[in-house]
Design a protein. Structure first.
Length: 166
């Protein structure tokens, strides 16, 4: 009984080594900084697949480049495994413009920054209410509430000066 048990354990170990290709592997190439269109052939030569799992927008990186790879370059993996990629978006995320009318300039700045927009510029306009936001614009164009804008957009807040011109 004991000999049969030992024989089964040895047979299972040999089968597992064969089935899992124990000790065999390929090196994952370092592909960070390359575009997805450039890596297809590189990974195919290694016998690897890839899948884009996420994207972020990083202003300092070129659009479409790989920001992160899992597993990392230089790691040894089995043949036909998948390399998961995080890429830089081709364009920044768009957010709906919040309603900024009739709130204080500090509150409007905080709200815009919480949405991911850069710190807005301030333009004082004639209004009897000091530091109250009366509008917002991009360049010379007025922005409507709910309008979708890239989060990199520099917004100018039109803020009351506390003086009402005649």
């Amino acid at each position: 009984m004991f000999a049969a048990f030992i024989g089964i354990i040895i047979a299972v170990n040999i089968w597992l080594m064969y089935y899992t290709h124990h000790g065999e592997g390929v090196r994952v190439p370092e592909i960070k900084g390359l575009k997805v269109s450039e890596i297809s052939q590189i990974l195919q030569r290694q016998g690897l697949n890839y899948e884009v799992i996420d994207s972020h927008y990083v202003t300092t990186a070129r659009p479409g480049v790989i920001l992160e790879q899992i597993p990392r370059g230089g790691t040894s993996v089995k043949h036909s495994r998948t390399v998961f990629l995080v890429i830089n978006s081709l364009e920044p995320q768009k957010m709906a413009m919040p309603d900024l009318s009739d709130i204080s300039v500090r509150q409007a700045q905080s709200l815009l920054e919480a949405y991911g927009f850069p710190t807005p510029q301030i333009e004082y306009v004639s209004s009897p209410y000091k530091d109250l936001v009366v509008g917002a614009r991009v360049g010379s164009r007025k922005i409507e509430t709910g309008e979708k804008l890239p989060v990199t957009t520099l917004i100018t807040l039109q803020v009351g000066s506390g003086y009402d011109e005649p």
